[in-house]
Design a binder for this molecule. Structure first.
Ligand code: SAH
Length: 300
């Protein structure tokens, strides 16, 4: 329904089923530039997530929204075993290239990368040998990825099915890390906060935000990303048309509000699963107007 009203992504992508919003390659091409220098990728993030995983005795991590691999690579460098999946072959292409380039390093040599959709995760991973029998120590879905899944039916059935699939791949006591942007703030202001705890790029000109309401309910947030072409060309090896000043891509999101997403997780994971929320890697009460909320659910 919503899909027929508003063009949710760049031209050239069929709009049926759960869309791969990266299929036209426009976002994938410049994702590295959007993230900024992955070496310096907010040191705070690297430390926060590594400490959190270590303190929870996590060794083998499933990254279900690996994209072009930035989080997975960070964890491989920190010595974790990582299995990485994503639905977009356009994004995975970059992750596969990184694995090939670094294959002489043992962690990268055994890095497993597979194409998998959250809605069919158990089947998509059926023939992958490195799936631990008792389940993964942690499943992560970070970088505002989960919000990519629309809710065309209006009852969040796909959101619930995806979370159920994540939980099903965890060992008892394992943890799910799943985040979303602060959509409460985005809906209240109609703008995307400028600060970003994950990404530190200097190549972003701006992000424009449009909010779609259906029957008074916020249903979709669309972000138009404008990247600075001369700056990307100067700072990276990405090949872009030098005559263009801007590179534009568009992505749409389901606006998960903090309380509603908390309720959803509790509904799917059960009241025995413990649930904590972090705001920009800090405790909730330590920060005003965070850019991201990160939920940690421990499987009972
Ligand atoms: N975590 C990465 C990627 C974020 S982009 C980072 O922080 O850079 C979001 C990713 O979610 C994309 O690569 C997209 O293909 C993936 N994604 C969106 N919907 C998906 C689905 N239904 N199943 C699997 N992956 C999905």
């Amino acid at each position: 329904m919503v899909d027929s009203i508003f063009r949710t992504r760049s031209l050239g992508v069929a709009a049926s089923g759960i869309p791969d919003q990266y299929a036209d390659g426009k976002a994938a091409k410049v994702w590295e530039a959007y993230i900024g220098c992955s070496q310096t990728r907010t040191d705070q993030y690297r430390k926060w997530i590594s400490d959190l995983l270590r303190s929870n005795n996590c060794r083998h991590i499933l990254d279900v929204a690996c994209g072009h691999g930035v989080d997975s690579i960070m964890l491989l460098e920190e010595g974790f075993d990582v299995t990485s999946t994503d639905a977009s072959d356009k994004m995975l292409k970059y992750a596969l290239r990184q694995r090939w380039n670094r294959r002489k390093q043992p962690q990268f040599d055994k890095w497993v990368i597979e194409e998998a959709n959250w809605l069919t995760l158990p089947e998509d991973l059926e023939n992958v040998d490195d799936i631990p029998k008792q389940g993964f120590d942690a499943v992560m879905c970070l970088g505002n990825s989960f919000a990519h899944m629309p809710d065309f039916e209006g009852d969040q059935r796909n959101h619930m099915a995806a979370i159920q699939n994540f939980m099903g791949l965890l060992k008892p006591g394992g943890i799910l890390l799943i985040d979303h942007r602060n959509y409460d703030e985005i809906l209240a202001t109609g703008r995307v906060p400028a600060k970003n705890v994950y990404y530190n790029s200097t190549d972003i000109i701006g992000i424009k935000c449009s909010n779609l309401y259906v029957d008074g309910n916020p249903t979709m947030v669309t972000m138009d990303y404008y990247m600075d072409v001369p700056s990307i060309i100067k700072n990276s090896n990405i090949k872009l048309e030098t005559a263009d000043k801007e590179h534009h891509f568009r992505l749409s999101y389901y606006p998960h509000r903090l309380q509603e997403f908390t309720n959803l997780l509790q509904k799917v994971c059960g009241t025995n699963a413990t649930h904590d929320v972090y705001a920009d890697f800090k405790k909730l009460n330590e920060i005003d107007k965070p850019a991201y909320y990160i939920h940690l659910v421990r499987k009972s």
